[in-house]
Design a protein around this ligand. Structure first.
Ligand SMILES: C[S@@+](CC[C@H](N)C(=O)[O-])C[C@H]1O[C@@H](n2cnc3c(N)ncnc32)[C@H](O)[C@@H]1O
Length: 349
């Protein structure tokens, strides 16, 4: 599936265009990057396989094989999208899902009137002209759906990208099933901190499977949001922190709290899961990964890498190389609920 000559587009968070550009320059020196609009970076002359070989931490969403659209009115937009769909799908009616978005409003969770109008009119047009396509349109983008994305860069310009289920699988978390890559986790009053959203999102985005009765260690666990999520999945958790857990999770029979140093504490025997949200520098997080993964202390992991100021790309690069050579699989990105940090997940050899 060589796709040389095609245009791939990455959407970033606002004011993070330069982070993605730096990340790409380190990983793929010489790659042509072009900022087309705020939060929209076009990448030329690279195959999709080469682009997604390593995770793209600072890309919120990928639009592979994107094609430009120019349209002056809502009906011109819908006709252009329909004609592209005709070309792509022919008469087939396999399941598909549709995202139409503008990056800034998608990130802030506001609705964008023009995108909504195009969606509504396209649905009507499909019902009139292509009933089989209308019936195959799914609200939730499950793994068997082809994902059609329409990115609006202005009122009259944008891009359309169609990714088959196999292309989506190739791209892993870089191509999110959530519109614009934004995965909003609902509020919940039960966990003792809002940090629980990061682990719930990681489970959803990377498809992590925490089995009931698995043994987990939560490093930097306090006040206990991540421990709460692990227990929800049926895990037995050793929570390690300098400060105690708070709220109901501190009294759970599935939780043992150990007051200790996250950098030196290791369990007497291997565990199924390491989760780690310790506030520290990337090089110290790399130390933790080296111990737990390199010495086979854990089988699966979900770890945040936090930055002070701009991202530390050099250490991120070292972490990528370490994970690439010590894991059966791994992935990573800046999640919707990550602040100045990224999340890496995977399974050790
Ligand atoms: C962002 S908070 C973790 C929040 C937690 N994941 C939750 O869901 O509630 C970071 C934690 O790392 C802990 N921490 C920082 N350095 C540590 C160390 N050397 N040993 C143990 N805990 C540490 C802090 O005490 C703090 O509770």
């Amino acid at each position: 599936m060589r796709s040389e000559g095609s245009l791939h587009i990455c959407v970033t968070r606002r004011q993070q265009e330069q982070f993605l550009a730096q990340e790409l320059a380190l990983r793929l020196p010489g790659l042509k990057c072009n900022e087309l609009a705020p939060q929209v970076i076009a990448l030329g002359d690279i195959s999709l396989e080469d682009l997604v070989r390593f995770p793209l931490f600072f890309s919120s969403q990928l639009l592979p094989n994107a094609v430009p659209i120019e349209a002056q009115s809502i009906s011109a937009w819908t006709n252009a999208i329909l004609s592209h769909l005709r070309e792509q799908f022919g008469e087939a009616s396999s399941p598909w899902s549709l995202h139409i978005f503008e990056p800034l409003t998608a990130e802030t969770g506001e609705s964008y009137a023009r995108a909504e109008l195009i969606k509504q009119e396209l649905r009507l047009l499909l019902k009139q002209k292509r009933r089989s396509l209308a019936r195959a349109l799914h609200e939730v983008c499950s793994a068997d759906c082809t994902l059609v994305q329409v990115l609006l860069t202005s009122k009259t310009t944008g891009f359309i990208s169609v990714a088959s289920p196999s292309q989506r699988a190739l791209c892993r978390a870089a191509l999110s099933p959530y519109e614009a890559g934004v995965c909003a986790i609902a509020d919940d009053k039960n966990p003792p901190s809002r940090a629980f959203k990061k682990l719930r999102e990681a489970i959803a985005v990377f498809g992590l499977s925490i089995r009931a009765d698995s043994r987990a260690v939560d490093l930097g666990a306090s006040p206990g949001g991540w421990t709460h999520v692990l227990v929800e999945h049926g895990a037995t958790v050793t929570a390690v922190d300098r400060s105690p857990l708070e709220g109901a999770i501190a009294r759970s029979s599935r939780v043992t709290f150990t007051q200790g140093n996250a950098f030196s504490w290791t369990p007497p025997q291997g565990v199924d899961w390491l989760v780690c949200d310790v506030i520290t520098t990337p090089d110290r997080t790399l130390e933790i990964l080296r111990t737990w993964i390199g010495e086979k202390v854990c089988r699966n992991f979900c770890v945040t890498i936090k930055f002070k100021g701009d991202p530390d790309f050099q250490t991120l690069h070292l972490i990528q190389h370490f994970l690439a050579s010590h894991t059966a699989w791994w992935d990573g990105r800046q999640l919707t609920h990550n602040k100045n940090e990224v999340t890496v997940v995977g399974r050790a050899y």
